[in-house]
Design a protein around this ligand. Structure first.
Ligand SMILES: [Fe+2]
Ligand SMILES: [Fe+2]
Length: 369
């Protein structure tokens, strides 16, 4: 399957793997000035797409041999597994990454002479021979100890690595995020970001960038621009992730399971057991998150992601093509059961409640006239 290629601004390309909903993004930046040209590949596509990546580079820069700089945010295989091949085929290229990352990626047998540590750039800034300036921004433990973002201030473009990445949960095919992208960003951060403190530090660092970024290019999911940048950063700042999240959820997991099975029972009575279990099975068999909820004999025994996210996600998928009446019935079942056990409501349910209440108020106002 071919990679998706899209020009974001002039000479900056997104190269995206096709595995929805969990896509990997790589970015190619072509810099030129006074006859000087530098081709930078940031977070290269994984090895399983190596052949497609080579063909894409042929189209965009005339061939892999014309790569000058390879940059990786951290050491994960989704961004480093193509490095050995790329560096062999582009003998003049350099690898830039942090020392903590290099210590691990050198296991691929890469040449130390072709490695440049971020830490040795004065003020963590570099001005290339084309005159273009870049700033390196550390985001410790987001999600790796030695993860660093790259900022391109002239174009206000931030290459954020896994930070602000997500699984794709919006319905459109657009490469840009909309409000629905938040669900996927939230799940991704809850799984991969180890601590709230680390996340808040990273959010703070993005907020302090001068000028403030206008486009955020994460290594997974949708590209974020405009007002959504501030909106998502605010949400991330308050998001419970990592160890804090696991511990908090573990305490409540047993109660959520009671509640979930009770909601399930209500829906089986409404729609019939066969229908409910068939729908749940199809939602539950995504190749990327196999078994959001583990069932035995029709009873939920274990959540594989945070219970509140699981209930929100299942609610959204389950009710997608139901009538407004049925959707309202399920929603009221979820709300009444979760509130009864003093459990949090999923955002997916809360947000819809607000909009329905707004509609109601609007109708009320019309009648009052
Ligand atoms: Fe990663
Ligand atoms: Fe990643």
């Amino acid at each position: 399957m071919a990679l998706k290629v899209a020009e974001i601004i002039k000479d900056l390309y997104l190269i995206q793997t096709p595995e929805l909903p969990f896509v990997s993004n790589s970015y190619l930046l072509i810099l030129s000035n006074n006859g000087n040209k530098i081709n930078i590949l940031i977070d290269p596509s994984p090895l399983m797409y190596f052949n497609d990546l080579i063909l894409t580079l042929k189209d965009l820069i005339g061939g892999v041999e014309n790569l000058d700089i390879l940059y990786v945010n951290h050491q994960d295989p989704d961004v480093t597994s193509s490095l050995p091949g790329l560096m062999s085929l582009s003998p003049n290229s350099m690898l830039i990454t942090s020392e903590d990352t290099w210590r691990l990626v050198r296991s691929y047998g890469l040449d130390k002479e072709r490695y440049q540590a971020i830490e040795y750039f004065p003020n963590k800034k570099v001005i290339l021979r084309t005159g273009h300036a870049f700033q390196f921004v550390p985001t410790p433990f987001c999600h790796f100890r030695g993860a660093w973002m790259v900022y391109y201030p002239t174009k206000k473009v931030l290459f954020s690595g896994d930070l602000l990445g997500g699984i794709i949960t919006k319905k459109t095919e657009d490469i840009y995020a909309n409000k629905d992208s938040w669900d996927g960003i939230k799940i991704f951060h809850q799984i991969y970001i180890p601590s709230m403190e680390a996340l808040r530090l990273a959010v703070d660092r993005i907020g302090r960038l001068d000028p403030i970024p206008e486009i955020i290019l994460p290594q997974h999911g949708d590209i974020i621009k405009g007002d959504l940048i501030v909106e998502f950063l605010k949400k991330l700042n308050d998001l419970e992730v990592g160890l804090e999240h696991i511990l908090a959820q573990e305490k409540k997991e047993a109660t959520y399971l009671y509640a979930f099975n009770e909601i399930l029972q209500k829906e089986k009575e409404r729609f019939g057991e066969k229908y409910v279990m068939e729908r749940l099975e199809s939602i539950n068999s995504s190749p990327f998150f196999p078994e959001i909820v583990h069932f035995e004999n029709g009873v939920a025994l274990d959540f594989r992601i945070s219970p509140v996210s699981a209930i929100g996600l299942l609610y959204k998928s389950f009710t997608e093509d139901l009538s407004p009446w049925d959707r309202e019935s399920i929603k009221s079942d979820i709300v009444s059961v979760l509130l009864k056990y003093n459990l949090d409501l999923p955002d997916e349910v809360i947000e819809e409640r607000v909009s329905i209440w707004d509609n109601f108020r609007r109708i009320l106002r019309i009648f009052q006239r």
